[in-house]
Design a protein around this ligand. Structure first.
Ligand code: C5P
Length: 299
């Protein structure tokens, strides 16, 4: 008998092109309005058939990652097994290429990729609504990562509406090598709430997209900068890059992105920022409105 083949799914970085905090619920969760897209850079989750559930972690950010029961990959696997009424046997391998706790939704993307991989491996027939609910139970950003397409995200992350097509554009992603805790950033946020700021226009090019985004912001930036002033340095390093159209933080930080019209300008900016700040994680990547077609980078 042939050994059933394993499966590998990509877990792309999530980018909040803008993020407005529009209110707060009684349970402490914040209401958001955000345009979420993805970057052509990812973790991967591979699943092989096995009797027991195990997780191995490789990749540049494997050291320091906890593989306890709180790990998003293991939580996703257990939750799916419970929903699918199956035993959670799988040998999982997470290749961690995105810095953890960095505003790019790495843990959420890993959880979403785990759900996709195990639905396939276990041949489960789970209703999309059940899967979406399960994803939300794992974290506010997991549903959007499961969908893998640019959306306007509302509610606490559970409401999604299709976004206009995004033009070809490139990013430079910069993380100053620190972890910021999402709850701490939300807790440090002060001041008024922002209005939702969705738009219908289809930006013709990266410059038009940048102009639209400049009228919006990431409402968590002041809080992140107050907790980690280096985020301000990251933003100004990106701002000074030649050809940069926009400099902004993603999610609750500390990763920030620069937006560029072409891949060469993004690559040059990444090189220059990396040279001046050897301790920072700096990567050029494409901006992706549809991450479901991205090939997996690395295993
Ligand atoms: O759901 P997730 O684990 O991503 O959220 C982590 C924490 O971030 C929450 O416990 C909450 O403190 C904060 N949060 C929030 N509003 C959101 C998402 C997260 O206040 N919409």
């Amino acid at each position: 008998m042939n050994e059933p083949a394993g499966v590998t799914f990509s877990a792309p970085a999530k980018i909040n092109l803008y993020l407005h905090v529009t209110g707060k619920r009684d349970d402490g969760y914040h209401l958001l309005d955000s345009l979420v897209a993805f970057a052509g850079i990812n973790d991967t989750v591979a699943a092989q058939p096995a009797t027991n559930l195990t997780l191995g972690v490789t990749g540049p950010f494997a050291p320091g990652l906890t593989v306890g029961p709180d790990n998003m990959v293991l939580r996703a696997a257990r939750a799916l097994a419970a929903a699918g009424v199956t035993s959670p046997g799988a040998a999982l391998t997470l290749t961690k290429r995105l810095p953890p706790a960095s505003g790019m939704g790495g843990g959420s993307a890993d959880a979403a990729a785990t759900l996709k991989a195990l639905v396939r491996l276990w041949d489960l027939h789970v209703e999309p609504a059940t899967l979406a609910e399960l994803a939300l139970g794992l974290g506010a950003d997991v549903p959007v990562c499961l969908r893998g397409q640019a959306v306007f995200m509302g509610g606490i992350g559970d409401e999604m509406a299709a976004a206009p097509a995004l033009p070809p554009a490139w990013l430079v992603l910069v993380n100053p090598g620190i972890c910021l805790s999402t709850p701490e950033v939300f807790a440090a946020r002060g001041g008024d709430f922002s209005a939702a700021a969705r738009f219908d226009a289809i930006p013709a090019d990266a410059r038009e997209l940048a102009d639209i985004l400049k009228a919006r912001r990431n409402g968590l930036t002041p809080a992140a900068v107050s907790l980690a002033p280096v985020v301000g340095e990251v933003l100004s390093a990106i701002e000074q890059s030649e050809g940069g159209l926009l400099s902004r933080m993603t999610g609750s930080g500390a990763t920030c992105f620069g937006l560029f019209s072409d891949a060469d300008a993004a690559a040059r900016a990444a090189l220059s920022i990396g040279e001046s700040h050897p301790g920072w994680w700096v990567k050029p990547a494409s901006l992706e409105g549809d991450a479901t077609r991205l090939p997996s980078l690395g295993r």
